[in-house]
Design a protein around this ligand. Sequence first.
Ligand code: SF4
Length: 119
Amino acid sequence: MRHAFTAVREKAATLRARTHLSIRFGKLNHCTLDDSNPIGAKCLEDAVIPPGHHGPLIDRCWPARCANSIVAPEHLPIWQAEHDSLTRLRTLPALPSNRRRMIEEQVRDVEIALNRDTP
Ligand code: SF4
């Protein structure tokens, strides 16, 4: 996992040096939200936006579902590890059914992220 985070950091530094676009680099995805045109930003949907705030609400990010999200190849080991962990968890016999449903929804989100590898 440490190697995956290091790869993300190194790739972000390379891209940052080469691009003039506004890209926020993250461990799970990169965000390309244009602050002047936030249409489609999942993190801003139904959000209470603090006065004076501009840009995304990173702690509400939906990497798998937002049109502004880029899941790059260097992010995939992290998503794959999450998928493995959730897949193991959902097979536990003692898991309450509502918790199992939540985990299955998380697995679907992770699978969307894994399949939208958009370098
Ligand atoms: S949901 Fe994530 S990728 Fe989309 S605009 Fe918000 S922070 Fe950026």
